[in-house]
Write a protein that binds this ligand. Structure first.
Ligand SMILES: [Cu+2]
Length: 163
């Protein structure tokens, strides 16, 4: 027996014969244009991460300290990348919900109204770490992941006016 049966003979191409209705065609074109526009932006990794419910909300813990969770993952984003606290003690948790990437969080040296030296020097995937510090000077305190600073992984903590 030398002849193997071939399945290639039965393949047929199916093409949709009906043209798209007018409005749907317009929508399709509009979507294509939008895609075209966004492709001219700087290339960023696609963010598929959905921040957990705890991320991003400044709340007051049972001991009276205001606390916030900032999340990061297999991308170059802090979620949230901006938040506001009142003067006083702050408990900041960095949660790395990624599976591959390691991040850190430190307040950019010399960038805020006062220095915050507390930092999370390294945080592997799947981990979280908490720091506490006290802020008194109102203003904007930029922070960064120093590993991915060039990729734009930055954020800003605002300390509001007292009262
Ligand atoms: Cu990072």
């Amino acid at each position: 027996m030398t002849t193997a049966p071939s399945g290639a003979g039965g393949v047929r191409r199916h093409r949709p014969a009906r043209p798209l209705p007018g409005p749907l065609l317009a929508l399709t074109l509009a979507a294509a244009l939008l895609v075209g526009c966004s492709s001219s932006q700087p290339v960023q990794p696609e963010v598929t991460r959905v921040a957990s419910a705890d991320a991003g909300t400044v709340r007051t813990a049972a001991d009276g300290v205001q606390e916030i969770t900032v999340e990061t993952g297999d991308d170059y984003e802090f979620t949230p990348d901006t938040f506001t606290v009142a003067p006083g003690q702050v408990r900041l948790t960095l949660l790395n919900s990624g599976e591959q990437m390691t991040h850190n969080l430190l307040f950019s040296e010399g960038a805020g109204p006062a220095e915050i030296t507390e930092q999370i020097p390294v945080l592997g995937p799947g981990l979280s770490k908490t720091i506490e510090f006290t802020v008194t000077e109102p203003g904007e305190y930029p922070f960064e992941c120093s590993f991915h600073l060039a990729l734009g992984q930055v954020g800003t903590m605002t300390v509001s006016l007292p009262g």
